[in-house]
Ligand binder design. Structure first.
Ligand code: PEP
Ligand code: MN
Length: 386
């Protein structure tokens, strides 16, 4: 609670001190630094620590009258490697000035960052044991370690299938472990779902990992964001709100970080507007580079919920494939895409699902697009040398 009042009630400028790696909070240098900071009048601070793959990373957030502090002086303090003056929104997830801090995080052996790419192909909604197993087997055969599986579904109609919920979690997690899946993106609609997921992971012995997904209908469910942000074990995929500005959605992501969880992936999934017709939503993947510039979050694209159909162009390529390639060529870091072994019997979103036999094709198309993106980066880097 102390943390919350610190964060949400105090106004003022803001500065981040990035400390030397592996500086334990109990070390004399750390303690000396804290004593020094306590001496500043009108400035409050909060320590944020994160266990990285190899080392503990510590940052200290200073808030209040930080204008009086000089960057050079702060960088000269014991244990401080770098100081950054934060001038605008997205304090924790944003990029500030010449902010060279590394981005991304590692979860259950998988690294997520603005520099790599993971495909999360899977079922929009968990239905039968057989379909889940067929899906996961296909993923393993194609070298995939991530998937999407919906257990809790936000539906327009209260009479539509709401997902199997808690009851399917144990067998879905066991099957995921059996097929080498390390991360499942799974939407939650309420904080109790997060507890159910953590409990089921515990009971099954953590055969897999879960990335909590907050859907577009809940982007601004601030109490849900705060609850999810208060735990740091499970990373979060936050979908942009389909009817609000990008800035509003990025601020929603900041809610997660401000409560302590900075393991956040930001998902683009199209905007609700008939200007996007004939697609289900107006595809917004042109904003991939914008989100990467404004923040340090890895960026996900969801071509299935953006396009919403299996429509094919005269070139023989489905719109879902086209928009995926557009997002990947622009540097997307994660793809959430609906597949189903038998779309005709799918309980949710069958019409937009790709078939299991299309998985190798999809992955190859993604590989080609990613190769183009990497070549574009080399080309851009060469320009700066000229
Ligand atoms: C989903 O990914 O299953 C979903 C419901 O997405 P969105 O929140 O983007 O509509
Ligand atoms: Mn869906």
């Amino acid at each position: 609670m102390l943390l919350r009042s610190f964060w949400h009630t105090r106004k003022g400028q803001f500065m981040i001190l990035i400390l030397q790696a592996d500086l334990g909070e109990q070390s004399p240098i750390f303690q000396q630094l804290l004593t020094h900071l306590r001496g500043f009048s009108g400035i409050h601070f909060r320590v944020h620590q994160e266990q990285g793959a190899e080392q503990v990373l510590s940052e200290i957030y200073l808030i209040g009258d930080t204008k009086q502090l000089r960057i050079e002086d702060m960088e000269a303090l014991p244990g401080v490697e770098h100081a950054i003056r934060v001038s605008r929104e997205y304090r924790m997830l944003g990029r500030h000035g010449d902010d060279q801090r590394s981005n991304g995080f590692e979860y259950n052996g998988v690294r997520f960052s603005q520099d790599n790419l993971h495909v999360f192909a899977g079922l929009c909604a968990v239905d039968t044991h057989e379909h889940v197993e067929q899906m996961l087997r296909a993923l393993q055969e194609n070298g995939q370690v991530c998937t999407r599986m919906g257990a809790y579904k936000p539906r327009t109609s209260p009479y539509a299938f709401q997902g199997h919920g808690k009851s399917c979690l144990p067998w879905v997690f066991d099957l995921a472990g059996k097929y080498g899946i390390r991360v499942i993106a799974m939407e939650i609609l309420h904080e109790s779902h997060m507890d159910e997921i953590r409990e089921a992971l515990e009971k099954t012995g953590h055969p897999t990992g879960v990335m909590l997904q907050i859907g577009t209908r809940n982007t601004q469910n601030f109490e849900l964001l705060k609850a999810v942000g208060r735990q740091q074990t499970l990373p979060v995929l936050l979908k942009r709100g389909f009817g609000i500005t990008l800035e509003e959605s990025l601020n929603a992501a900041e809610y997660l970080a401000s409560e302590g969880n900075t393991k956040v992936v930001f998902g683009l999934r199209g905007m609700k507007s008939n200007l996007g017709d004939p697609h289900r939503n107006f595809v917004d993947f042109a904003q991939v580079p914008a989100v990467k510039r404004l923040t340090r979050m890895p960026v996900c694209i969801d071509p299935s919920h953006s396009v919403g159909s299996r429509d094919v162009g005269p070139d023989g390529i489905m719109d879902v494939f086209h928009v995926t390639a557009q997002g990947v060529v622009a540097g997307a870091n994660m793809i959430l895409v609906d597949f189903h072994p038998d779309p005709a019997t799918a309980l949710v979103d069958g019409p937009q699902a790709l078939l299991l036999k299309e998985l190798p094709w999809f992955l190859e198309d993604v590989r080609l697009a990613r190769e183009v993106y990497e070549e574009r980066r080399v080309l851009a880097a060469a320009q700066s040398l000229i």
